[in-house]
Design a protein around this ligand. Structure first.
Ligand SMILES: Nc1ncnc2c1ncn2[C@@H]1O[C@H](COP(=O)(O)OP(=O)(O)OP(=O)(O)O)[C@@H](O)[C@H]1O
Ligand SMILES: [Mg+2]
Length: 365
């Protein structure tokens, strides 16, 4: 009996994406099916670049085709990805940007900028198109962390309009308040000046098509957060914390802010930074200097995932100071943790997007 396209589609409808909980055909993840005798090939379009489950899903496809269609089938799966979005606002605010991820913390100095920079570069290293906005008015640190001190963005003409061109570095596009003001000057800017500069980064900058735009927010819960949340359709926020018990109240405040009706941004999860110390000569040893399990307990109490635990290591501090983010050192323990964090964040965004689509469909019925 010859193999048909319909039989292949039927077989693949028995394979679920484990994260999204639905089958590959319903999720529109299969196309380009070709059949030549016993040879079957198709394209599988996953929702995150460098999906950690890709081998598992591919093997499940091969098994399903051999089981439901033909034991003799020789299957070739061409895996690509297309990052999803749940934006349907049709607005002209960042129209080409699929997902906007705000990085927040209740408290200063917990590693928000470090996480933002490494997360953004980690997503780009997986093949995504990524932008980064440094919205921290009090201490813009992206210019230093990205080795872009003294750089100024250019203004370019797009369709007859002046647009700010984000600066490209390490595979991502970036803009920072620090590009507009001298390091000593930014801090004395008045609130309205900062709000208007930030607004320009969003409305008057040429970001083009992006899968993810990461926004490094200032610490705490202030005006900038409100301005941004009202201006930008933020897909989700991630909250960075350190494991100490005292950090708890700040995280609670930060999550509370996102849940305010006038902000209303879903919290994707918590990132615990400075979780443990591993001496370079004993990389398998973990010393929990600030206590163990704090991030996990917080995540559980808010029913959100703990997206990552980043160790305290010199590579991270040094990378920040020297403008060479740790994620660029793929073999270092810090580089591996940040790469894993980027995968995890991408994965939870895909899950959140699939759930929004489902709930929209359900509420339309
Ligand atoms: N996991 C880590 N290991 C070692 N050093 C770290 C780690 N995370 C952050 N740091 C260092 O701690 C300092 C503060 O980090 P960072 O600037 O990212 O914090 P922040 O939350 O953005 O601070 P702010 O509130 O000032 O914006 C920096 O010097 C950074 O290099
Ligand atoms: Mg910062």
């Amino acid at each position: 009996m010859s193999i048909t396209k319909a039989a292949i589609i039927n077989a693949l409808s028995y394979v679920d994406d484990p994260d999204l909980g639905k089958d590959l055909v319903t999720l529109n993840m299969v196309d380009n099916i070709h059949i030549d005798g016993n040879k079957v090939s198709f394209r599988l379009i996953l929702t995150t670049p460098a999906c950690p489950l890709k081998e598992q899903i591919k093997n499940a496809c091969i098994t399903a085709i051999r089981h439901f269609v033909s034991k003799e089938a020789e299957v070739h799966v061409d895996i690509t990805s297309r990052v999803t979005t749940h934006r349907q606002d049709g607005s002209n605010i960042l129209p080409g940007v699929k997902n906007i991820v705000a990085v927040a913390s209740g408290k200063g100095g917990v590693g928000k900028s470090t996480v933002s920079v490494n997360l953004a570069i980690g997503l780009a290293k997986n093949g995504a198109k990524v932008g980064l906005i440094d919205a921290d008015i009090y201490g813009p640190s992206v210019p230093v962390m990205m080795s872009l001190r003294q750089k100024r963005p250019h203004v370019i003409q797009v369709n007859g309009q002046n647009k700010i061109e984000p600066i490209e570095q390490y595979g991502i596009k970036t803009l920072s308040i620090g590009f507009l003001a001298e390091e000593t000057q930014a801090i004395v800017w008045r609130g309205p000046m900062v709000s208007s500069a930030l607004r320009q980064f969003i409305t008057d900058a040429e970001w083009g098509e992006l899968d993810y735009l990461v926004i490094d927010l200032p610490p705490g819960t202030g005006d900038v957060h409100l301005t941004l949340a009202q201006l930008v359709p933020i897909t989700a926020a991630v909250v960075v914390t350190t494991p100490q018990e005292v950090a708890k109240a700040d995280v609670v405040r930060s999550i509370g802010m996102f849940q305010l009706p006038q902000i209303n941004v879903p919290v994707l999860g918590i990132i615990e930074n400075m979780s443990y110390f591993s001496p370079p000569e004993l990389p398998d040893k973990k010393y929990y200097l600030f206590g163990k399990g704090g991030g996990q307990a917080l995540a559980e109490s808010f029913h959100v995932p703990l997206l990552g635990q980043i160790p305290i290591v010199e590579d991270i501090r040094k990378g920040g100071d020297e403008g060479m983010p740790a994620v660029l050192l793929p073999d270092s323990p810090a580089g591996k943790e940040f790469a894993f964090l980027a995968q995890t964040v991408a994965r939870y965004i895909a899950i959140a997007n699939a759930n929004v689509q489902t709930s929209k469909t359900l509420s339309a019925q």
